[in-house]
Ligand binder design. Structure first.
Ligand code: ZN
Length: 273
């Protein structure tokens, strides 16, 4: 495939202003950052929001404002989180996608012990409900998997009709409690995916670049951004998510491929504007 979907995940749930002063946290900061990434070539924006103290949240008003500010300025494909962090209610997790109808939203396909400290719960009843609600609202699931078992969960929900083909996967690698971010593991997971799916992958922290290169070599799509990695190089903080987008664009171009525009990404993913 010559077109690569480049997702930027500028905020995530974890980095604070203490970790990096450059992480965008308010709706205005996030929208400015997404627009700058769009101008630099990003195809999709994966959105998390924070409360007034900068903590991870699923506050609907923060999503509403952020999405409005982005939509006023560009047509980047929007992908809203349905986790937002840990411990939110099913209703809090689904309200933004029901109200704002983004083209994509995350579908975390199983539960896990998160970073040796807590539990990331995606119960069978929640996944069934979420699949149904996404279908009703015409939101395509981006199936986030943190270990190979979650791929088999997705195949189960596909067979049950809760997920519909063609599936789109995001292989999230290197989170403690999930699969380690190695090239061998990436190849293994990629080979478990159904033939007609689309997929993307990322490694967190210092595994970011090896997984990016390997994903491109394997024909996958890619995700960058401070949700996954705040360093541009060893000991050097990225001053903006744009730096990751620009670097990825250079790498993709050198490989003889190009970054998909938002409309090309829609076409590849089979979603309507
Ligand atoms: Zn996320």
């Amino acid at each position: 495939m010559d077109k690569v979907i480049l997702t930027v995940a500028p905020t995530g749930a974890w980095p604070t202003k203490k970790d990096t002063p450059y992480v965008p946290l308010t709706p205005e900061e996030i929208a400015d950052e997404v627009y700058a990434c769009y101008k630099a070539g990003a195809s999709v924006a994966h959105i998390h929001v924070r409360d007034d103290e900068g903590k991870p949240c699923m506050h609907y008003d923060k999503f509403e404002k952020t999405v409005k500010l982005i939509r006023e300025r560009c047509d980047i494909v929007l992908n809203l989180t349905t986790s937002g962090g840990l411990g939110f209610t099913d209703e809090e997790r689904m309200k933004p996608l029901i109200e704002l109808k983004p083209e994509l939203a995350s579908y975390d396909c199983g539960s896990m012990n998160w970073m040796h400290t807590s539990v990331f719960i995606n119960s069978p009843s929640f996944l069934e409900k979420l699949g149904k609600v996404m279908k009703e609202n015409n939101v395509k699931p981006e199936i986030e998997v943190f270990d190979p078992g979650m791929i088999y969960n997705a195949l189960y929900y596909l067979e049950k009709g809760i997920l519909e083909p063609p599936l789109h996967f995001q292989l999230c690698m290197g989170v403690a409690g999930g699969i380690a971010a190695t090239v061998e593991n990436l190849v293994y997971m990629k080979n478990l995916l159904p033939k007609d799916c689309t997929w993307s992958a990322f490694g967190i922290g210092r595994t970011h670049l090896p997984i990016l290169y390997a994903t491109l070599a394997l024909g996958g799509h890619v995700r960058v951004g401070m949700e996954d990695n705040i360093f541009y190089a060893k000991g050097v903080l990225a001053k903006s998510n744009v730096e990751f987008v620009e670097r990825t664009k250079r790498i993709v171009t050198e490989m003889g491929k190009s970054i998909a525009t938002p409309d090309e990404a829609r076409q590849i993913l089979g979603i309507k504007k």
